[in-house]
Write a protein that binds this ligand. Structure first.
Ligand code: PLP
Length: 395
């Protein structure tokens, strides 16, 4: 007999994953080249060459007892110093090794932070559309996730509604920029206003509200757009980062949390997060890849590749009559469904072997997400079928 909570997790188990499995089955029947699988955010660009070089150097040159051994739960000190120094160089911050905890990807980091700060019944706010796994990350610790309804004109956070939803139970807010699924980058103006609201509410309610940033797509931004670094705007910001997308290492499970000294009760939060990393069973982030990160902290994947995909897909879909906000970051397009029930549209797309994800998976029905971290050929070859789909719906 499985736990009650697991029953609902299993029932609601990711539509995205189910779609990915379906893609595999379709590929076996029709041939992989005839299936246009835009379902999963699995990077299609190889990790930069520096990663491979670093692995070789570590394996041949470093002490295997150290490389594969336990270390402090927060991670290797030299690696955390390298992360802190890199952030300080890039964002004019003053972090030190103690502020950095190496984590098992962004997912591990979010679980660590919610284990650390949530009491049962505490509320966490986020902005729709949002990455559906947040529901589990919060409910794992008996918190309650509440979503602020979207502003579908801009997909910037709806700050009016946000302010109305903050109560004495609000313990944290999650922001994700560049955003999955919209590709929108939250502007500096948005962040300044959001920080003002949080400060005002903390004062009024005499509480502490942590702003948790989930930023696996930080490095994936186009057209020279700047992704503001959120600790600058609000003292109680905790940053969750991952190398899954920025270095194309999703299977290696490596990321970090930044808990700045300015955060309320920072020493306690840092100490508790260290323990949470251990007792959740991660113990520490994978050791080999911590060492790789220490050597590749400023390496980058080729963003040009995603940019070309972005432009090709966006221009093609707009030409066929679809409406969609032009993404400035990440590798997703969030397209308005031509019919109210976007699941009808998702099913229609399957006839052409096109796999896309319904917006309801991101608490934003009426839209679909198209992940363009695929080969350019997949996009080019899929476009005639998107055109047929458009003709079906728009005539
Ligand atoms: N947050 C967002 C918004 C994501 O899109 C993803 C993965 O797709 C994650 C977190 C999880 O990332 P990681 O693989 O680093 O755990």
């Amino acid at each position: 007999m499985i736990a009650e909570k697991m029953k609902s997790y299993v029932e609601n188990s990711s539509v995205i994953r189910a779609m990915f499995e379906e893609g595999g089955k379709m590929a076996a029947v029709y041939g992989a080249e005839n299936v246009y699988d835009f379902s999963l955010g699995n990077p299609n660009v190889a990790a930069p060459v520096e990663v491979r070089q670093a692995i070789e150097e570590i394996i041949t040159g470093e002490d295997p007892v150290m490389v594969h051994g336990y270390m402090s739960n927060a991670g290797f000190e030299d690696v955390r110093t390298a992360v802190a120094n890199s952030l300080n160089r890039r964002f004019d911050t003053a972090f030190h090794e103690e502020n950095i905890i190496m984590t098992v990807g962004a997912a591990g980091g979010m679980n660590v932070i919610f284990r650390t700060i949530l009491n049962p019944g505490d509320e966490v706010l986020t902005f729709a559309p949002y990455f559906g796994e947040y529901r589990a990350y919060v409910s794992n610790y008996d918190g309650i996730l509440k979503a602020v309804e979207p502003d579908t004109d801009t997909f910037q956070p709806n700050l009016e509604k946000f302010e109305e939803m903050i109560t004495g139970r609000t313990k944290a807010v999650i922001v994700n920029s560049p955003n999955n699924p919209t590709g929108v980058v939250y502007s500096e103006d948005t962040l300044i206003k959001l920080a003002d609201i949080l400060r005002r509410k903390q004062e009024e309610l005499q509480t502490v509200i942590y702003l948790v940033t989930d930023e696996p797509y930080r490095e994936l931004a186009y057209d020279g757009v700047a992704v503001p670094f959120v600790t600058k705007y609000y003292e109680n910001t905790i940053v969750g980062y991952s190398f899954s997308k920025s270095l194309s290492l999703p299977g290696e499970r490596i990321g970090y949390l930044v808990i700045p000294d300015q955060v309320s009760d920072s020493e306690q939060v840092i100490a508790a997060a260290n323990v949470a990393n251990r007792i959740l069973g991660y113990v520490n982030a994978p050791s080999l890849f911590q060492r790789v990160i220490g050597k590749c902290i400023d390496a980058k994947v080729d963003v040009q590749f995603y940019d070309k995909n972005r432009r090709t897909l966006y221009d093609g879909l707009k030409k066929f009559g679809f409406s969609c906000i032009k993404p400035e970051g990440a590798f997703y397009l969030f397209v308005k469904s031509p019919v109210e029930d976007e699941k009808v549209f998702v099913e229609a797309a399957k006839k052409y072997h096109i796999l896309i994800v319904p917006g309801s998976s991101f608490a934003c029905p009426g839209y679909v997400r198209i992940a363009y971290c695929v080969s350019l050929d997949t996009i080019v070859n899929a476009l005639p079928y998107f055109e047929k789909l458009a003709q079906e719906f728009f005539g």
